[in-house]
Design a protein around this ligand. Structure first.
Ligand code: SF4
Length: 118
């Protein structure tokens, strides 16, 4: 049995979690105020995920950048994601919510426009 301590980052409450593991498997989570904390702890200790927010260049509008964000992706892909984002240029017009890249750094991860540009 092993104990780990985490701070849940799912919402601003930041609950302090105590996680019990048995052979690397989560067997108990305490300190969570809601069920999302248990799910967060299980994911964080097995396959941690993060959402990345950034900006991409807009073709022909050198003074403007388009805000973008990813759906949750493996935490270890952050550096690769930033390199790819720096190489992306989009063309206007583009609507908020448009998927700019499918399977972005991992299967099922999408890079999404965060704002509409005319
Ligand atoms: S356990 Fe629930 S209430 Fe606590 S920080 Fe996580 S999401 Fe928020």
């Amino acid at each position: 049995m092993e104990k780990k301590h985490l701070t849940c980052i799912v919402c601003p409450m930041g609950c302090r979690l105590e996680v019990t593991l048995d052979n690397g498997k989560v067997t108990q989570v305490t300190g969570n105020t809601c069920p999302r904390g248990k799910k967060y702890a299980e994911t964080e200790l097995t396959a941690p995920m993060r959402t990345l927010t950034s900006t991409v260049k807009i073709n022909g509008r050198y003074e403007k950048l388009l805000p973008v964000k990813t759906t949750p992706m493996p935490k270890g892909n952050m550096e690769k994601a930033m390199k790819l984002i720096n190489e992306i240029t989009v063309s206007a017009p583009i609507k908020r919510g448009t998927v700019i890249a499918h399977d972005f750094t991992a299967p099922g991860v999408e890079l999404i426009a965060g704002k509409s540009i005319e």
